[in-house]
Design a protein around this ligand. Structure first.
Ligand SMILES: Nc1ncnc2c1ncn2[C@@H]1O[C@H](COP(=O)(O)OP(=O)(O)OP(=O)(O)O)[C@@H](O)[C@H]1O
Length: 238
């Protein structure tokens, strides 16, 4: 299977804090990588490093063989990265279609094509029938789906999902798991930071566990969550 995302020796330092220390990963096309670890482990920082939002102290990143290490976030979008943000902030006065259009224009300059693309992704996340409503009225589950639609509107080859499942009620969680599974089935490569273990177990092909900026173990989801080192990292030594 071809490598979709390959990162070697990623290191990020904030002042005296090494938030991510020499982390490497290799994600095969069409697979889902789950990134877990206790609060402060460095997951979001790694995510931001991969997508270009924080500078690297060391390391290299390749997307489908293209070196993107020194590209700015918008250039990584053009190279094929899409991402969601932990705190979704839609333009509340704009309609759902307009919100997704803002993202679609990053990849598709012609308005008619961008609109088609935006409607298509709204359809994919089950929001097409609300496309002309303002984002202001959306509940949490629909805001998340809108966030997913925005990330999909840049037509990514590798999609980064940052805690998409947090706070969802059981039906909405099931629905979101279904959307993500469907995307991977369509050969999209997915990297997800997630605290909800149900989602990690159901979706991940491979799991990386971080603590204190390091990878402490990796492997199949059911194996890693039973690893004593992982349990200790989450619960502490006592
Ligand atoms: N902009 C920043 N400036 C300084 N330190 C930071 C910055 N961002 C993160 N850190 C520090 O880097 C470390 C890793 O934080 P990070 O947010 O990446 O962890 P996380 O695993 O995503 O945690 P959570 O699960 O709570 O989101 C922490 O010690 C944090 O305080």
């Amino acid at each position: 299977m071809p490598s979709a995302l390959k990162a070697d020796g990623i290191t990020v330092q904030f002042g005296g804090v090494v938030a991510v220390d020499n982390v490497s990963l290799d994600v095969q096309q069409g697979t889902i990588l789950g990134l877990i670890g206790p609060n402060g482990a460095g997951k979001t920082t790694l995510f931001n490093a991969l997508t270009g939002f924080v500078p690297l102290k060391a390391g290299r990143i390749a997307l489908h063989g293209q070196d993107v290490t020194h590209l700015a976030p918008h250039a990584r979008v053009r190279a094929g990265m899409g991402r969601t943000f932990q705190t979704e902030r839609p333009f509340e006065e704009l309609t759902l279609l307009e919100n997704v259009l803002v993202a679609a224009f990053l990849r598709e300059p012609k308005r008619r094509h961008a609109e088609q693309l935006a409607m298509q992704v709204l359809e994919q996340v089950g929001l097409a029938d609300r496309h002309d409503q303002p984002a202001l009225d959306l509940n949490l589950a629909r805001r998340r789906r809108l966030e997913l639609a925005k990330a999909l509107a840049v037509q990514p080859r590798v999609l980064f999902l940052d805690e998409m499942m947090a706070g969802l009620n059981p039906p909405a969680l099931k629905e979101m798991i279904g959307f993500v599974r469907e995307l991977a089935a369509q050969d999209l490569t997915i990297v997800m930071v997630e605290h909800i273990m149900e989602a990690i177990i159901e979706l991940s092909d491979h799991v990386i566990v971080m603590a204190n900026g390091h990878v402490i173990t990796e492997g199949l989801p059911r194996e890693v969550i039973e690893d004593p080192r992982v349990i200790t990292a989450y619960l502490g030594e006592d």
